[in-house]
Design a protein around this ligand. Structure first.
Ligand SMILES: Cc1ncc(COP(=O)(O)O)c(C=O)c1O
Length: 396
């Protein structure tokens, strides 16, 4: 059945529920609630909700359920819960699991909002967090303790594209009984096999590649049925981070094309990274698909050699050069999303990672000259030509 389909078939047909009208394109059930045939039926449904029964859109909705089933099939997860944004997914995945007195080990190379949750929110509720260099297994080994309840990391970090060994970190974490929560956005649902590689819980900002066309916010948490329905769902449905049916529909349609889009974007990203690997205007070209990447061997074993859709260029000349470069681009837009059909250039030090103190930015490699470049679906030769002229402009 659908579990044995290959990914492209799962992405087009997985999870489809047809109404009595037998529509081809999935319906948007833009309703906050559902009508019961009788008071008895309402009572029964609140006691126990069956797989094709719904109560209230904060608890579940048929369009949202289609999205959850389709992404769970792709990821090879038992179940999924869709959320209002990627951050609702990250915060829900962690806070539903943790209580005061628990200990968490987290990689320190994190997106600013993820860091805020780990550093500020969890601390306020009495959860202790130890930060480690995620690429150093000795640091994970030293930080894990018998009371470590969860570990958290971005499998490919934003924006310096460090790749973390999911299998090895999961093996260490499981020795102390910790739950492994992986933010998998940069690895993408197309290239990642995080659950098969040992992750217990995988989170995505669906705002990125899953939508892939810059339209809606969304997120998803994937894991075992026990965790999703027993731990996460009660927390999410009572705290209000559920996904809207309209956004779920947009994301469902995004899934139909994600495999084609992400593979095309990654192909262009590799061509661009190769074209600029030794450019005189650059201190460094970071792309996990390049043989020069620090975790290149891991990219082969963990991601089948796929370096993803984002590269980071560290310009000589710091912020001034980076700004000259950004302002000279004619095709990519200056913005802060990624995974979009449109190429997007971002200056992390002054935008997505602005609130980090300078010493933390330096420690994480977020230099004043660093530009994150999310490769879109434009023609790669056009992008290379545009980047070339913008780098010339950056050199002033
Ligand atoms: C690694 C990572 N995690 C989580 C998020 C948050 O996603 P959202 O903006 O959908 O809340 C982002 C981007 O914004 C991200 O880059």
């Amino acid at each position: 059945m659908s579990e044995t389909w290959n990914n492209r078939t799962k992405l087009v047909h997985g999870g489809t529920r047809r109404s009595q009208y037998n529509e081809v394109s999935e319906a948007i059930f833009l309703t906050q609630g559902f009508v019961y045939d009788s008071a008895e039926q309402a009572e029964a449904r609140f006691l126990e909700t069956g797989p094709d029964e719904f109560i209230y859109a904060r608890y579940g909705n048929p369009t949202v359920a289609m999205f959850e089933e389709r992404i769970a099939l792709l990821e090879g997860a038992e179940d999924a819960f869709a959320t209002a944004s990627g951050m609702a997914a990250v915060s829900g995945a962690l806070t539903s699991l943790l209580k005061a007195g628990d200990h968490v080990v987290s990689a320190k190379a994190l997106f600013g909002s993820c860091l805020y949750i780990l550093e500020n929110v969890l601390a306020r509720f009495g959860v202790e967090v130890t930060f480690v260099d995620g690429t150093d297994l000795d640091q994970w080994r030293a930080a894990l303790r018998p009371d470590t309840k969860a570990v958290f990391f971005e499998s490919m970090s934003n924006p310096t594209l460090e790749v973390i060994d999911i299998t090895a970190v999961a093996a260490l974490a499981h020795e102390v009984g910790a739950t492994v929560v992986v933010d998998n956005v940069f690895s993408t649902p197309v290239f990642s096999k995080a659950i098969a590689q040992g992750a217990d819980v995988v989170v995505y900002s669906a705002t990125k590649h899953i939508d892939g066309q810059g339209r809606v916010l969304g997120g998803v948490v994937l894991g075992t049925k026990d965790y999703i329905r027993g731990t996460l769902e009660p927390y999410m449905k009572h705290t209000g981070g559920s996904l809207s049916p309209f956004n779920a529909w947009t994301l469902l349609k995004g899934l139909e094309t994600i495999d084609l889009r992400v593979r095309a974007q990654a192909e262009s990203a590799l061509l661009i990274a190769q074209a600029f690997a030794d450019h005189a205007a650059l201190e460094r070209t970071i792309y996990p698909g390049l043989a020069t990447h620090a975790q290149h061997a891991l990219v082969q074993s963990q991601l089948g050699g796929n370096g993803g859709t984002v590269l980071s260029l560290d310009l000589k000349g710091g912020k001034a050069a980076a700004f000259r470069f950004l302002n000279a681009l004619t095709i990519p837009v200056i913005s802060n999303n990624l995974g979009d059909a449109k190429s997007i250039a971002t200056h992390p030090a002054t935008t997505t990672h602005q609130r980090l103190p300078d010493d933390q930015k330096t420690a994480l490699g977020i230099t004043p000259g660093l530009v994150r470049f999310s490769v879109g679906l434009e023609d790669s030769a056009d992008l290379i030509a545009d980047l070339k002229q913008a780098l010339a402009a950056a050199q002033g």
